[in-house]
Design a protein around this ligand. Structure first.
Ligand SMILES: [Cu+2]
Length: 153
């Protein structure tokens, strides 16, 4: 009568182990989806004789840029970004809103074709997760005191 019992136990244990392994693999990964929602970034850009204000623009890759350009100078100026085929000429006193969506990340230059040596600015298109705050160090959990829920064996 002892042999049949042993045989059953030997069969049952591996089966239980298999069942547990299967259910463990079914876990979903809630942290897989970390995409940042694209947004429209609104920038007021002033042309002067002879500079752009601001001198740099920073957006995330995927964002649309809405630039409200105003030429406050005496001369005509252009807002030109070669990589994105942007080239707007504004007469003195003119203002204009333009929109475009940079289709690659990186650092680009916007400039005035008439005064290219003086009138330049930097357009930063940041790739996903490139913001300096993104890789903050994990805080060590110091206050890990069990609240009396331990199993007392
Ligand atoms: Cu100019």
């Amino acid at each position: 009568m002892r042999l049949p019992h042993l045989a059953l136990a030997a069969l049952a244990l591996p089966l239980l182990g298999l069942a547990a392994a299967c259910s463990d693999d079914e876990e979903a990964n809630p942290e897989a989806d970390q995409t940042v929602e694209p947004q429209t970034v609104d920038v007021e850009l002033t042309m002067e004789d002879f500079s752009f204000s601001p001198g740099s623009i920073e957006i995330n890759f995927g964002d649309e840029l809405l630039i409200e350009i105003a030429n406050d100078g005496e001369a005509d100026h252009t807002f030109t970004v070669s990589e994105f085929l942007v080239d707007e000429t504004l007469s003195s006193g003119e203002d204009r809103d333009i929109t475009f969506t940079p289709n690659e990340p990186g650092e680009f230059t916007y400039f005035c074709r008439f005064h290219q040596d003086e009138m330049q600015g930097s357009l930063f298109v940041l790739a996903d997760g490139a913001t300096p705050e993104a890789d903050a160090e994990p805080t060590p959990d110091s206050d890990d005191e069990g609240g009396g829920a331990g199993i007392g064996y």
